[in-house]
Design a binder for this molecule. Structure first.
Ligand SMILES: Nc1nc2c(c(=O)[nH]1)N[C@H]1C(S)=C(S)[C@@H](COP(=O)(O)O)O[C@H]1N2
Ligand SMILES: [Mo]
Length: 268
């Protein structure tokens, strides 16, 4: 009969399609398992599996090519800043630290080794004589939280121009003349347990500040007193608290979280 024939035909088609779907699904699972097995036996490259590291490098290239110092992180009104600022990360943050004798050690860039690098010291009072810049932005930690926070300090670019640092021949740094500039800045806590390396274009970004105030008050101890970095174009890991030494280099300086496998660039 007509009806029965059609029904048979329909059932056959459904059966065929179901079998085909199962085969595809099975092959997909096999491919996923094989891919995973391949990935986990790959060698490590500075803390991350090599293919993943390669992907991070590709991202880094892409982002540094579209990156520009004219691209600003969104700013907020002071009223939007939280009063209770989260404290995250206490490496190099000894609670007994005596800030009274603190000075920032600045090592001039000496691209030609073994020229002994020249170090000078800057006090907080000297830093405060430079124009104060405030930034209210959405602070983002790689762990997945963010907060609108309000910070005050000296633009790193103002500081670098005043002391003629970060350049080959102690010239006034100008990011337009990249051949004169060091590739990176490195910063270390006084006890040398936390350290970051940051590309100079990001350091010279107009929202990057050497920060000594939070919510209009002196920077609290656990937030990095007496001086920390605020760099809104990067994730929280790069905002080093309690800077002891600042130096420059053409190769990427050691970086605490990059050594644990996080993206060196950590750009937003
Ligand atoms: N010295 C030091 N700086 C540090 C850290 C740290 O452990 N030690 N943690 C980083 C991380 S992961 C984040 S998210 C921010 C947190 O800054 P906050 O404590 O002011 O919120 O500081 C960064 N700077
Ligand atoms: Mo973080």
């Amino acid at each position: 009969m007509e009806m029965n024939n059609n029904e048979e035909q329909f059932k056959k088609t459904v059966r065929r399609k179901t079998i085909r779907s199962f085969i595809f699904f099975f092959l997909f699972i096999l491919a996923a398992i094989a891919g995973w097995k391949w990935l986990i036996v790959q060698p490590e490259d500075s803390g991350a599996l090599s293919p993943l590291r390669k992907a991070m490098h590709a991202n880094e290239k892409l982002f540094s090519s579209v990156y520009s110092n004219s691209r600003l992180a969104p700013e907020y009104p002071k009223t939007a800043a939280v009063k209770k600022v989260r404290v995250n990360g206490d490496i190099g943050m000894d609670e007994q630290y005596d800030t009274t004798g603190w000075k920032l050690a600045v090592v001039r860039f000496s691209p030609v080794t073994p020229v002994s690098p020249d170090t000078f010291y800057v006090t907080l009072d000297e830093l405060k004589q430079l124009p104060k810049t405030e930034v209210i932005f959405n602070f983002k930690c790689i762990e997945g939280w963010s907060q609108v926070t309000w910070w005050g300090g000296v633009r790193f670019s103002d500081f670098a121009k005043r002391y003629r640092i970060g350049t080959r021949n102690n010239t006034i740094p100008d990011i337009q003349h990249s051949e004169e500039m060091a590739g990176y800045a490195g910063m270390i806590t006084p006890d040398e347990t936390y350290y970051v390396g940051i590309d100079m274009p990001s350091m010279m970004h107009p929202q990057t500040i050497l920060c000594y105030e939070m919510n209009g008050q002196p920077l609290p101890m656990n937030q990095g007193a007496p001086l920390r970095l605020i760099i809104p174009v990067k994730y929280g890991i790069k905002h080093i608290k309690r800077i002891g030494t600042l130096y420059f280099s053409d190769s990427p300086p050691p970086d605490y979280w990059a050594e644990q496998g996080y993206d060196y660039y950590a750009g937003l």
